[in-house]
Design a protein around this ligand. Structure first.
Ligand SMILES: Nc1ncnc2c1ncn2[C@@H]1O[C@H](COP(=O)(O)OP(=O)(O)O)[C@@H](O)[C@H]1O
Ligand SMILES: N[C@@H](CCC(=O)OP(=O)(O)O)C(=O)O
Length: 268
């Protein structure tokens, strides 16, 4: 595995994991990935890095809990399922992180919280205190209040962009987005089997955007388009984002070692 010259070693790290990495296509929870993620982030925190986890999965876990195979159509029902799932999601993470003696703290966000200076300041204070205490803040959108991200048809508001918002707001050096795909491909690999991975992107050009398609799974939302919007925000803030496959979260160790894994988005 080659190393990448553009990569700068971070002190403060945000990791976002998507539903497609946490839930198997048959709707079962991917406990292996959850446990390995808890282990990896605990080990990284233990070596002195400040770590924040942005996790999707409330809806997917809720559907699994309720033995449902697809999202209900009514928004209030989706919100109820996400409320059930968020609880279970945190319960699993709490238990897994506890087995590595790692404290976590939940932060549920809506976009307006970050729009208003006072509420933004309060949230940032909470992040700072959790990090000072050596805890890992675990973030998701507050789905009972905010509905943008739960509707497949809306493009604004999703955890990819939320993670970029968090990463830039807390001045993280690196955002790692873990998905069910090895990185950005030059075309949607589900429809173009010969598509190639792109190791480095310094600017989200029209050509890059045109290569992106929607989600490949029934539980994920946004697909590559929302990841590119996140990358744009991160690049413009002068920070770095790596998109990599979350199947084995230990890939985070390789990324932090500067190995050429997935796609690095950063200024040249
Ligand atoms: N150019 C592209 N490169 C990589 N993946 C793409 C591209 N265009 C569309 N995709 C799709 O985006 C999916 C990842 O997005 P999504 O299903 O929303 O995952 P997550 O749940 O991790 O947010 C991939 O599995 C793939 O099907
Ligand atoms: N708040 C939602 C997140 C939806 C979302 O952005 O999902 P994903 O595209 O899998 O990151 C949930 O927890 O289900």
């Amino acid at each position: 595995m080659s190393s990448r010259s553009q990569f700068k070693t971070p002190k403060r790290l945000v990791v976002k994991i998507g539903t497609s990495s946490l839930i198997y296509p048959d709707g079962q929870l991917n406990l292996k990935t959850m446990d390995e993620l808890a282990f990896t982030l605990s080990a990284v925190q233990n070596r002195g890095l400040e770590v924040v986890l942005v996790t999707s999965g409330a809806m997917g876990v809720g559907l699994s809990q309720m033995h449902m195979t697809k999202r209900p159509e009514a928004m209030a029902q989706q919100q109820a399922i996400a409320a059930i799932g968020q609880n279970e999601l945190m319960s699993i993470f709490n238990q897994r992180f506890a087995s590595y003696s790692q404290q976590i703290g939940q932060i549920l966000l809506t976009h307006d919280v970050m729009d208003y200076p006072l509420s933004k300041k309060n949230v940032l204070n909470t992040f700072e205190q959790l990090l000072l205490m050596g805890a890992i803040p675990v973030v998701n959108e507050n789905d009972s209040v905010s509905v943008d991200e739960m509707d497949h048809l809306t493009t604004f508001g999703d955890n990819d962009q939320l993670s970029a918002l968090v990463a830039t707001a807390i001045e993280a050096d690196l955002l790692i987005v873990l998905s069910d795909i090895d990185g950005l491909f030059d075309a949607d690999p589900h429809t173009h089997p010969d598509a190639q991975t792109v190791p480095f992107v310094s600017e989200i050009t029209e050509e890059v955007v045109n290569s992106a398609g929607g989600s490949g799974t029934r539980f994920g939302t946004g697909g590559m388009i929302t990841k590119l919007k996140a990358a744009k925000r991160v690049i413009e803030a002068g920070r770095q984002m790596v998109l990599a496959n979350g199947e084995d979260p230990k890939v985070i160790f390789d990324i932090l070692d500067g190995k050429s894994v997935g796609t690095l988005f950063a200024r040249d």
